[in-house]
Design a protein around this ligand. Structure first.
Ligand SMILES: NC(=O)c1ccc[n+]([C@@H]2O[C@H](COP(=O)([O-])OP(=O)(O)OC[C@H]3O[C@@H](n4cnc5c(N)ncnc54)[C@H](OP(=O)(O)O)[C@@H]3O)[C@@H](O)[C@H]2O)c1
Length: 200
């Protein structure tokens, strides 16, 4: 299978990439240090990536940013970061990508536990996660040619524990093999329109 992984060098992305590399042909993508340079917050950048590498059997996105801050301090521009990057970046990967990838190809997007169980400073991040869930369920009704879409929604992952645990009091970190397996389920299973939730 030809699999494009956007965010392949990230904390979660590198574990997912290592797993799929065992049996599949992977193209890594990101803004820095990947085979394909792409900024998902820019639709033109996404389009030119798919022009260069069409006919993927699966597209996995484990990338996208949103600004974390107290609600009282977030500006409208701060909200736009999440809307442009994590939300529209992932929406555009599907909206643009569907015309380039193969029949029966799958899209796997990434959100996180904040959609259902937010913590302080995440009004923007939680909001875009929830929007991605709604988008994926609706898009699954309309994708054609056997194409599928799912979202992996994980809790705080083990490899990010040190960096983020103070922001997630009482959250149990999710073991990395469990997180990776959710991506395997989305790509190699037949699931469609599913929010694949992963917790410890
Ligand atoms: N870490 C967790 O505990 C956790 C849990 C649940 C969900 N998530 C979600 O999963 C995703 C990945 O998390 P992570 O912790 O692995 O993040 P990370 O370590 O910061 O990695 C993010 C990756 O995405 C790439 N990227 C970021 N913005 C991009 C853009 N605009 N265009 C293209 N590539 C971009 C980065 O590479 P470049 O900077 O080179 O572009 C990097 O490879 C995020 O959406 C996060 O919210 C994370």
């Amino acid at each position: 299978m030809n699999i494009l992984i956007v965010g392949a060098n990230g904390t979660i992305g590198k574990k997912v990439t290592a797993k799929f590399s065992e049996k599949h042909n992977i193209t890594t993508a990101g803004r820095n240090g990947a085979e394909e340079v792409v900024d998902i917050s820019d639709a033109n950048s996404i389009k030119s990536m798919f022009e260069r590498i069409p006919a993927q059997d699966a597209v996995i996105c484990i990338a996208g940013e949103a600004k974390w801050d107290y609600f009282k301090d977030l500006t409208e521009e701060d909200f736009h970061i999440g809307l442009k990057s994590k939300l529209m970046g992932q929406v555009n990967l599907v909206h643009i990508g569907k015309d380039y990838v193969g029949s029966n190809a799958s899209f796997t997007l990434s959100t996180g536990v904040l959609a259902d169980d937010p913590v302080v400073m995440t009004t923007s991040a939680a909001m875009v996660n929830g929007a991605i869930h709604s988008f994926a369920k609706a898009a699954a009704l309309e994708l054609e040619n056997g194409q599928r879409i799912n979202v992996v929604c994980s809790g705080l992952v083990e490899d990010s524990k040190e960096k983020y645990e103070d922001y997630f009091p009482g959250h149990d970190p999710v073991p990395m093999p469990k997180v990776v397996n959710a991506y395997v389920k989305s790509v190699l299973g037949k699931n469609n329109g599913e929010i694949i939730r992963v917790s410890a």
